[in-house]
Design a protein around this ligand. Structure first.
Ligand code: FE2
Length: 617
């Protein structure tokens, strides 16, 4: 008999659904991709409908539906925190309470209503950090691994350590709210003027411009860090337990002023703060990793939770050990909890065996919807687009490689959409990493932003150790490890460029070519790497091979297919709209190739309306 398990995460951040059939991952997707609302936390009705459709089943055939955390325990935390800080926290409690009263305390009712009366299966709830841990260990390639989860907060836990063996995970230690690495990092995200819960990656990208001059102050005043990576925060510096902001007046006094206003000029202070909190974050992660290594004695580590998206820290873990191999769940944030919860039901509740796969069982994270050439053709005809249909893959890839080689920007849409926050070659905008203008072109003409961060590279996996300081064949298929570009690929700084590296405007600094692949090289020579291999990446790998044959370069730029503030495109329609509203030169929708200059004038006149509908991230 077949067992279908649906995992759901929702009502806080990044709602998602995942379907597991007899232990195999059938589908997983985030709600934001369907509703076109970034980080959409609402009940994931579209993601669920997609998962059921992909599995060819209806809600009636679901044996289990599992929610990724325990709402009542979370509510208890809210109440106890309020009580501990009363009457101070009344405002924040008053703001949070209506949502709880309306939805969060009635999640079973919400889920049952969403699934309809056909659903007769069992509804269960897993623990937030257990869901993260399960999402990290169960799909990993390891029979045995140490587990580390790090995020802002679940019910009470903010991080946990443990071990996974065979089909079982055991979490042995947890850190509890309000002491939280995720919250600490977000406090600095807030203070430096970025958006909490989405701007953390910008803070990480800002760090290479700064010096960690505040690291000691943070260690002295804010964080009491122990050898095992656990710590307590001096809560008088923070406001998130009882206020509507992350940091307190005392924090602002310590760092010499109020938080930076969003979108205002970035000064050396923000850069130094970014570098400082990054160093502290890395120290916590490294200490916790060493500790869990001592406890478990295993050579493998798996990671999940929002902090596991800190790929600079992950890169250090990989290089500095003590683990031989590290595997990170690509949907490391709460979206991944949906998958973890579903796998927990299969392996823990039902006690079913687990068979780790050589690469992992996540199928490259390509777990979302795909669209056939037939569907795409119908759509393109309906909107009057001009295209070429190239049925022969070799011919198609030759064309695209040529277009890339001419420094043109390509929107690449192929196969199943990615699960998790990164575009990994299914919904990507790609370009030539050797081009000194590519970083700026992609930012200004496509993303409609000016960014101080370089883009991420895709590298043919067999070249990873040639270009980057990584071991031969070391994998980073989910773009979750940062590593330095090797000295042989770096460029010396001319005196003139040395001067430009002092420019107060970071966009001037990032435009100084640091390597033979400047579009992907940060000012400290680091890069956020995605390795591309034939098994996981299929046609995308073959495209990169063609580009390599043509140019001798095993690297391309890969950024998510969207504009600033927009969720990554899901359907051919989303992709076409983004193509037409931006300066993307060429769009590839499966075997259809569209050049911008060939499109009839007047199509998509609502470009401005499209661009303005997404708020800044
Ligand atoms: Fe979480």
């Amino acid at each position: 008999m077949t067992t279908h398990i649906l995992g759901i995460s929702a009502f806080y951040h990044d709602a998602a659904a995942a379907l597991v059939r007899d232990g195999n991952i059938v589908a997983a997707a985030q709600e934001e991709r369907f509703t076109r609302r970034k980080h959409d936390p609402s009940y994931p009705r579209n993601a669920i409908a997609y998962c059921l459709d992909e599995g060819g089943i209806s809600a009636a055939e679901l044996d289990y539906v599992v929610f990724y955390e325990k709402p009542l325990v979370k509510f208890e935390r809210l109440l106890e925190t309020y009580r501990a800080f009363a009457p101070q926290g009344f405002e924040s409690f008053r703001k949070a309470f209506p949502l709880w009263a309306q939805y969060k305390l009635h999640i079973p009712r919400e889920i049952r209503a969403g699934l309809g009366s056909n659903f007769r299966g069992q509804l269960c709830f897993s623990d937030h950090h257990e869901s993260h841990a399960a999402s990290a260990f169960f799909p990993s390639p390891f029979e045995e691994a140490a587990i580390l989860t790090l995020d802002a907060v679940g019910e009470w836990s903010t991080s946990s350590i443990g071990v996974g063996r065979g089909n079982h995970i055991t979490l042995t230690y947890e850190m509890r709210f309000p002491h939280s690495l995720g919250m600490l990092y977000s406090a600095f995200t807030y203070y430096t003027g970025f958006k909490v819960n989405s701007g953390e990656y910008k803070l990480m990208g800002l760090a290479p411009y700064g010096q960690p001059v505040y690291a000691e102050v943070i260690a002295d005043k804010l964080v009491d860090l122990r050898d095992d990576g656990s710590f307590s925060l001096d809560m008088s510096y923070f406001n998130y337990c009882h206020g509507l902001t992350m940091t307190s007046e005392k924090f602002h006094r310590l760092f010499g002023g109020p938080p930076r206003l969003p979108e205002s000029f970035l000064t050396q202070k923000e850069m130094d703060l970014a570098a400082s909190i990054q160093v502290v974050c890395e120290e916590v992660v490294l200490r916790a990793a060493r500790h869990v290594h001592r406890l478990t004695g295993t050579g493998h580590l798996v990671l999940a939770g929002g902090v596991a998206l800190n790929c600079v820290a992950n890169g250090r873990l990989l290089r500095e050990g003590p683990f031989d191999r590290v595997w990170v769940q690509p949907a490391a944030g709460d979206a991944g909890g949906a998958l973890g919860a579903a796998l927990l039901v299969w392996h823990h509740l039902l006690g079913k065996s687990r068979y780790p796969q050589a690469q992992d069982s996540l199928q490259g994270a390509f777990l979302g919807p795909a669209f056939s050439n037939g569907e795409i053709g119908l759509f393109l005809d309906a909107v009057g687009a001009r295209y070429e249909y190239i049925s022969d893959e070799r011919q198609l890839l030759d064309r695209v490689a040529c277009v890339l080689g001419q420094e043109k920007v390509v929107g690449w849409f192929h196969g199943r959409m990615e699960y998790g926050p990164r575009a990994l070659g299914a919904r990507s905008i790609i370009g030539d990493a050797r081009s000194p203008q590519m970083q700026q072109t992609m930012n200004l003409k496509i993303k409609f932003r000016e960014s101080f961060r370089p883009f991420a590279p895709c590298v043919l996996h067999e070249f990873v150790d040639n270009v980057f300081e990584m071991r031969p064949n070391e994998e980073s298929p989910y773009m979750l490890f940062v590593a330095p570009v090797r000295a042989t690929w770096r460029l010396p700084l001319s005196p003139e460029n040395g001067k430009r590296m002092q420019d107060p405007d970071l966009r001037v600094r990032v435009s100084v070519p640091r390597s033979k692949v400047p579009a992907i090289t940060h000012v400290d020579y680091s890069a956020r790497i995605q390795t591309v291999d034939p098994e996981r990446h299929g046609r995308f790998y073959r495209l990169m091979e063609h580009f390599y044959e043509l140019t001798g370069c095993p690297i391309i730029v890969n950024t998510s297919f969207n504009i600033r503030g927009e969720p990554i495109v899901c359907t051919p329609e989303d992709a076409y709209r983004c193509f037409m509203a931006t300066d993307i030169d060429c769009l590839v929708l499966e075997n259809y190739l569209l050049m911008k200059e060939a499109q009839p004038p007047g199509l998509l006149q609502d470009a401005e309306a499209y661009k303005s509908q997404f708020s800044l991230d």
